[in-house]
Ligand binder design. Structure first.
Ligand code: IPM
Ligand code: MG
Length: 367
């Protein structure tokens, strides 16, 4: 089959990690007889430099015309980069938010999985890790605080900033359904996370999630307050299967979940709408401090490409092949610097590779 893939390499380590994911996709194409045509799309700081805007209408149109979009990362050092002296709606991140909203990418899936081989990198105690954990964060991505009205104004001589958190029942229902659908294909448990002891939006969230849960009698569910969830993630991460939550809580909890797996460099993500289209990107950021050094971990981007094959193209065998290759390469002892064991004795048993080396090893395994 032939597919058109939009590619947003972006800023920082973005171009390096995307190059490895493309290498892996090309290897898959060759082995399974597919054609992937790529189109570069500008977004983020590189788009600001080229066009003055973090995301142009042409870029949105190009993304829309693709079967799926693979993305690296965008943004720079917020303290030193000139991009952050621009007004907020002209900064790199504004491009990503605009793309999510324009393409209605309301469902953000962020798997957090602990590889047996990387238990060493996990900061939690062995008795907490047990036989590992495997959770999926289902984050609402086009509502809440991120897209509510905001302003900064002078109120009687006092500078005052306001952000608003709005959800309607339809927005909650559609993400809740996605959460329960995914749970059905996993261990059949949904933990819906909110702050219903304080927020109206959370009380509506709870009510609608309960309604949706009624249609999924085979899936168990519970409600959890977000502060408690933050605590439970480090206390007993094994209890979670699908974590279903709103935009801001999902942003925070997914970073936390990624760190308990050891490295944010391992975590993929998919942002989906009602169609087969999706935007696939690593959960991590642009890491400007290590950009261009060839040491960034490309695995999260490679696994995001696997998610693209699975969710947008229904190429399950091909996605399995990538995921298996990643596991084998870890088993073979290859590590990028972020997932190197801390203890000196353990370092001797693994082989450190750079960004390209890791991509090459994964391609070899797929072949
Ligand atoms: C993420 C990022 C973005 C977000 C930023 C870059 C706007 O942190 O994808 O989690 O907050 O959603
Ligand atoms: Mg985030």
């Amino acid at each position: 089959m032939a597919y058109k893939i939009g590619v947003i390499s972006g800023d920082g380590i973005g171009p390096e990690i995307v190059a490895e994911a493309r290498k892996v996709l090309d290897t898959v194409a060759e082995r399974y007889g597919h054609t992937f045509a790529y189109e570069e799309i500008l977004m983020g700081g590189c788009s600001i430099d080229a066009t003055g805007e973090p995301l142009t209408d042409e870029a949105i149109a190009a993304a829309r015309a693709s079967d799926a979009v693979l993305m690296g990362s965008i943004g720079g050092n917020t303290a030193t980069s000139p991009w952050y002296r621009l007004p907020p709606d002209k900064r790199p991140e504004a491009g990503l938010l605009k793309l999510r909203k324009s393409l209605n990418l309301f469902a953000n899936l962020r798997p957090a999985y602990l590889y047996e081989e990387l238990k060493e990198a996990c900061p939690l105690r062995a008795d907490i890790i047990g036989d590992g954990f495997d959770m999926m964060i289902m984050r609402e991505l086009t509502g809440g605080l991120y897209f509510g009205e905001r302003r900064t104004e002078d109120v009687d001589g006092v500078l005052t900033a306001t952000d608003t958190l709005t959800y309607n029942e339809n927005e909650i229902r559609r993400i809740a359904k996605r959460g329960f659908d995914i749970a059905r294909k996993r261990r059949k448990k949904v933990t819906s996370v909110d702050k219903a002891n304080v927020l109206d939006s959370s009380r509506l969230w709870r009510k609608i999630v309960e309604e949706v849960a009624g249609d999924y009698p085979d899936v168990s569910y519970e409600h959890m307050l977000v502060d408690n969830c933050a605590m439970q993630l480090v206390k007993d991460p094994r209890q979670f299967d699908v974590i279903l939550t709103e935009n801001m809580f999902g942003d925070i909890l997914s970073d936390e979940a990624s760190m308990v797996t050891g490295s944010i460099g391992m975590l993929s993500s998919a942002s989906l709408n009602d169609t087969k289209f999706g935007l696939y990107e690593p959960s991590g950021g642009s890491a400007p401090d290590i950009a261009g050094k060839g040491i960034a971990n490309p695995i999260a981007t490679i696994l995001s490409a696997a998610m693209m094959l699975r969710y947008s193209f229904d190429l399950d065998a091909e996605a399995d092949a990538i995921e298996l290759a990643v596991r084998q390469v870890l088993r073979d002892g290859y590590r990028t610097v972020d997932i190197m064991p801390q203890e000196e004795e353990k370092r001797a048993s693994v082989k450190q590779v750079g960004t390209g080396g890791m991509g090459d090893r994964i391609c070899e395994r797929i072949k």
